[in-house]
Design a protein around this ligand. Structure first.
Ligand SMILES: [Zn+2]
Length: 65
């Protein structure tokens, strides 16, 4: 008796869009990265992680003052 064929799942097509460089580390980002966009748009975009690290740095500096 032939084995039942496995159901083939159609993989959703992953569309990767280049969204520009991170304003902190300067690396190219895609829509696959977790990123934040600043307002106004001229402020650019950044990795979520880079923004978080920058915020922490700022917090550390203000703690010293
Ligand atoms: Zn970055």
């Amino acid at each position: 008796m032939p084995k039942p064929k496995k159901k083939l799942w159609k993989k959703p097509k992953v569309i990767i869009i280049d969204i520009g460089r991170c304003r902190y580390c300067g690396e190219e980002m895609t829509n696959q990265d977790s990123f934040v966009a600043f307002y106004p748009a001229s402020q650019g975009k950044a990795h979520y992680q880079c923004m978080k690290e920058d915020d922490e740095k700022k917090a550390t500096i203000s703690d010293r003052l």
